[in-house]
Design a protein around this ligand. Sequence first.
Ligand code: MN
Length: 235
Amino acid sequence: MKPVIRVTSDLDQNGDTLVQTRYIQAVRQAGGVPVILPVGLEAIEEVCDRLDGLLLIGGEDLDPYLYGEEPHRQLGKVLPERDHSELALFKTMADQDKPVFGICRGYQLMNVAFGGTIYQDMYAQLSEDLLQHYQLTDLDYAFHSIDIVGDSRLAEWAGTSEVRVNSLHHQAVKEVKAPLVVTAVAKDGVIEALESTAHRFMVGVQWHPEAMVKQKDALSLKLFKKFIEAASENR
Ligand code: MN
């Protein structure tokens, strides 16, 4: 039986449920069955009992209220109902030690769930010498380099200490909280990946591997494969 992976969903400006097809295709390509449910807090535990893994997709900025800050003037749109739904989902899956893979916003949410913080707008809050992290080129193009921290699962999967990734974010992880540890950093010091040292599979990346699997980017494929593999062990 293939593992069942909940792919979180966004709300568009009409309140309609929206998931970019590339997330669905990446899960399928790696051997998982994607399921999509609307944003909401109903029956979280019962739903998680039936899931083998959770893919937290990208999207809007997290509400800084969640990490104890007032909104910076450069903060983007926030969707409080989506934040609450995903935090509850994440915490329940973490409690059950089921595999979670967080991408971009999803990766930042993992850190916030453990009490970590986010730069609401890194260009306003960090040095002006930052690299460009919001590429205007197609998202399937690997745009900047990252250094992978040794002694991590990411390092094991990458098999090299440096790779190139795409980049589409104006926010960044600030303070990281245990059990998460930093596993990759861009050349300007911006944190680009985290993983848990206390869970079977809890991995987050700032970039968008789902946009890189189509042209067979090695690390992106590996990330989805390892995620689905961990979810299969759950079956
Ligand atoms: Mn980046």
